[in-house]
Write a new protein. Structure first.
Length: 501
């Protein structure tokens, strides 16, 4: 039998004292539970606990709580709020600790089923030459840039091995519709495989809509395929951002949206905005365009601050401060539409608000910890290479293959999803343990992005004070809290957004 032998009986060898030594005997009316805090403005601060419950309080409250200067009678309301929301506890271990544990598990339940989104880059061909295009697209006629049927088969085979019972097969390009026969092949094959593997599949085609035809849409209807398109705002912005011979990209997008709605229904087509440097001066015009076109929501989304997209520095590289200013103005315009009686959401705010105002998890890849790449999304490139995320593919187009996880010709499921590289990426994508994030009040609402850190700061872990992902999220989350704190009408409106009213 093994036993621990004390080689120096009688000698005090312990470096640290027992926990009880540190217990404050004077102010012991309550115990602290883990929570973090941050100043919201010169008057107010926000406290956030481990499961994302928050309290906006007067400046100095966190200090008072931590120094145990809170009085259960004099500070009756605050004291009880703090108890009810798991910031402090009357007992060393709260009586309702199991409730806290269940809510924590619920928040992280997006991890239960592993990878859902499988992106198939079905072709690199495109008839647009957008200056911010993430990939170095090739012209229409080069068939060698289509994904081979062999690779489509292998991608489907891997998708069927996902533990997730509900997977999404998303076709991207280039312009995906230029390889519509390959899409059809993939859909037929995946549907058959799903029967054997008992999986539900959602199909999505990402397209600029220029090549769409009635026949294609009828096929989409028959197979419940969703359409995701790009719309950068009114014609003068969209056509400048999205170069195309004939300068008719905007006209074709609008025509395509109309036709898609007629055949598939209003809710089967969504549009995504990319904010170029030009867009920054026109937040109101861009919001108005989406509103005018009867979209129920829009996503004020910045350009990825790296890769091919930023080769054209003048058009695409801009300071995060400028984007934040644009975002705030755009959001304000959207809020005003709502206050005037319309229903129209901003998607990024809605995702964050769902994390802030509800106990539920959110499936949005960019705001997860562990990060959504691999855990939630995987990319099969047209040439068979497999990447951790769409941004990882973008880097590879710049000859940086740091995030290539394998190849459809040679790699097994385990070699892709459980490789040393996959473990390294995941480790760098856990904001609970990242310097800066680990004690940030917004940790539960935010995420981590190892690809962005690697490409903008030289390593997967990054440095928060100079990190654009952090600067953007910190500013937007603070702004949402300030809006809710300043106007009860906006708090009510935000609650409606997350509940889909
Ligand atoms: S990225 Fe920034 S805002 Fe997000 S959790 Fe980390 S420190 Fe906080």
């Amino acid at each position: 039998m093994n036993a621990v032998v004390d080689r120096n009986p009688g000698k005090k060898g312990r470096k640290f004292n027992d926990f009880l030594t540190y217990e404050d005997k004077t102010f012991n009316q309550y115990y602290l539970l883990p929570f973090r805090f941050i100043a919201l403005n010169p008057r107010r601060e926000i406290l956030v606990n481990e499961i994302g419950d928050f309290l906006i309080v007067d400046k100095g409250t966190a200090e008072k709580i931590i120094l145990k200067q809170l009085d259960s009678l004099a500070d009756y309301e605050l004291y009880n709020d703090l108890i009810a929301n798991f910031f402090i506890s009357k007992d060393k271990i709260p009586v309702l600790i199991d409730v806290l544990a269940t809510r924590y598990r619920t928040k992280k339940s997006f991890l239960d089923h592993f990878t859902a989104l499988h992106i198939f880059v079905i072709t690199l061909r495109c008839e647009h030459t957008c200056h911010y295009c993430q990939v170095s697209r090739v012209s229409e006629d080069k068939n060698s840039f289509d994904m081979s049927k062999r690779h489509i088969d292998k991608g489907i085979e891997l998708m069927m091995q996902s533990p997730n019972p509900h997977v999404t097969m998303e076709f991207q390009g280039g312009e995906a519709l230029l390889a519509f026969d390959h899409i059809k092949y993939g859909v037929e094959k995946a549907k058959l495989a799903a029967l054997t593997h008992n999986k539900e599949i959602t199909f999505v085609i990402c397209t600029n809509l220029a090549p769409i035809t009635t026949e294609m849409l009828l096929y989409c209807k028959e197979n419940s395929i969703l359409i995701s398109t790009s719309l950068d705002g009114p014609e003068f912005i969209h056509n400048k951002n999205r170069h195309k011979k004939g300068n008719d990209s905007h006209q074709l997008a609008l025509k395509g949206i109309k036709l898609t709605r007629e055949i598939l229904g209003n809710d089967r087509v969504s549009a995504l905005l990319t904010t170029s440097a030009l867009s920054l001066d026109f937040p109101n015009e861009i919001v108005d365009e989406y509103f005018k076109l009867n979209f129920g929501s829009m996503f004020l989304r910045p350009i990825s601050p790296f890769g091919f997209a930023t080769r054209n520095e003048k058009k695409n590289k801009y300071n995060t401060d400028r984007f934040i200013e644009f975002y705030k103005k755009g959001l304000n315009r959207i809020i005003n539409y709502n206050l005037n009686g319309s229903s129209f959401r901003e998607d990024y705010a809605t995702i964050l608000l769902k994390k802030i105002l509800t106990p539920f998890p959110v499936g949005y890849v960019d705001l997860q910890s562990p990060a959504g790449m691999i855990n939630n999304v995987i990319v099969f490139n047209y040439d068979g290479k497999i990447y951790a995320s769409d941004e990882a593919r973008m880097l590879a187009e710049m000859s940086d293959f740091t995030f290539q996880l394998g190849h459809l010709d040679t790699s097994t499921y385990n070699e892709i999803f459980y490789s040393d590289l996959a473990v390294d990426i995941t480790e760098a994508g856990i904001n609970e343990s990242l310097p800066g994030c680990s004690d940030c009040a917004f940790q539960t609402y935010c995420g981590a992005d190892p690809v962005l850190c690697h490409s903008t700061q030289g390593n997967m872990y990054g440095h928060r004070p100079t990190n654009v992902f952090c600067q953007k999220n910190m500013a937007i989350i603070k702004h949402l809290f300030e809006l809710m704190d300043s106007d009860p009408k906006i708090l009510k409106l935000f609650n409606n957004w997350v509940r889909g009213n």
